[in-house]
Write a protein that binds this ligand. Structure first.
Ligand code: AVJ
Length: 312
């Protein structure tokens, strides 16, 4: 019988057959990966969540004012756990706003909707399951839209991908709509690197879960004890990268891709970029779109920033 290979299988086949092996961070987030990411967000070393939480908690009221006149439809890309979003949402007039988290994962939408209804019962919360651009494009309302893209999620893209993403996003926005973007700022290695190689090894588990996922879903035979997590950070560029490194010469067989893949001792699989930003980089990324940077908020240590862009 001939069965079509899943997108995941096709991706794995391509990534592990390439001379510089890679796998996309997009595939981190199965059930186990989501649980590990929640653990990462609670780590002392993973400063990003605390910084953005501080901005939204301390300056939430100002941010809500800067976003401007209600009525509004607030749309969040990637549902997250809602804890930070709640800090912002509570500053709006619930009579005049709706909140719509969008995610491809149906479970993520079910979870966030339930939580938000419990936390802010007066808020009109309506989760949407599907592709970001399609769902925003299909969003029927004559209110102004505010699109939340928090947590430095943009940072998993290369600058070219980010440019393409924001370019596509601005095409489904109307004049006067805005984006609230959360971004990690460029800072020194002694702060960034521990966030991606924490002492408890949670990030290592998170990264290696990609191999376990291949075992679970594609019938791989990775012995994950023979691989290790590696994080690097180039302070000048502001780019953190994660890799999985083979501890020995070894060969792995994956049933679904009908392939075998050899690894040399020390060979790397590139699994993630976590881009850090400054205003110059951001300006270059939005150049050519009709998005205009209107407001900037930062935490007291200036590790993280939340930016408001408006489509003109
Ligand atoms: C969710 C993309 C913002 O890159 O910091 C955390 C994911 N990877 N630890 C990040 C992640 C390793 C995270 N983002």
């Amino acid at each position: 019988m001939i069965t079509e290979k899943t997108l995941f299988a096709q991706h794995v086949e391509k990534g592990l057959s390439s001379t510089q092996k890679f796998l996309s961070s997009m595939y981190f987030y199965d059930k186990k990966g989501e649980a590990l990411f929640r653990e990462i967000m609670n780590l002392e070393e993973y400063y990003l969540t605390d910084c953005e939480m501080e901005i939204l908690r301390v300056q939430g009221n100002e941010i809500a004012k800067a976003i401007g006149d209600e009525p509004l439809d607030i749309i969040e890309l990637g549902a997250g756990d809602g804890i930070k979003t709640k800090e912002l949402l509570k500053h709006f007039d619930f009579e005049n706003v709706t909140y719509s988290p969008i995610d491809i994962s149906e479970q993520a939408i079910i979870d966030i909707t339930a939580k938000m209804k419990e936390w802010l019962p007066q808020l009109n919360t309506k989760g949407i399951c599907g592709d970001y651009f399609k769902m925003i494009g299909d969003f029927k309302s004559d209110r102004k839209k505010v699109i939340l893209f928090l947590g430095s999620n943009l940072g998993n893209m290369t600058d070219d991908q980010a440019r393409g993403f924001l370019g596509q996003l601005h095409q489904v926005m109307n004049t006067g709509d805005s984006i609230l973007l959360g971004l990690d700022l460029i800072k020194s290695e002694d702060i960034v690197l521990p966030a991606y190689s924490d002492s408890k090894g949670v990030t290592a588990q998170f990264n290696l879960n990609l191999l376990e996922r291949i075992n679970r879903e594609l019938g791989g035979d990775f012995d994950t004890s023979q691989f290790e997590h590696l994080a690097t950070y180039n302070e000048k560029e502001g780019i953190a990268k994660s890799f999985i490194r083979s501890k020995t010469d070894q060969t792995v067989i994956i049933k679904e891709t009908e392939g075998s893949y050899s690894f040399k001792k020390g060979e790397l699989i590139h699994t993630e970029v976590s881009r850090k930003y400054d205003l110059d980089i951001i300006r270059k990324i939005i150049d050519g779109t009709s998005l205009q940077l209107k407001y900037q908020f930062t935490d007291h240590r200036q590790y993280f920033t939340n930016l408001i862009f408006t489509k003109i």
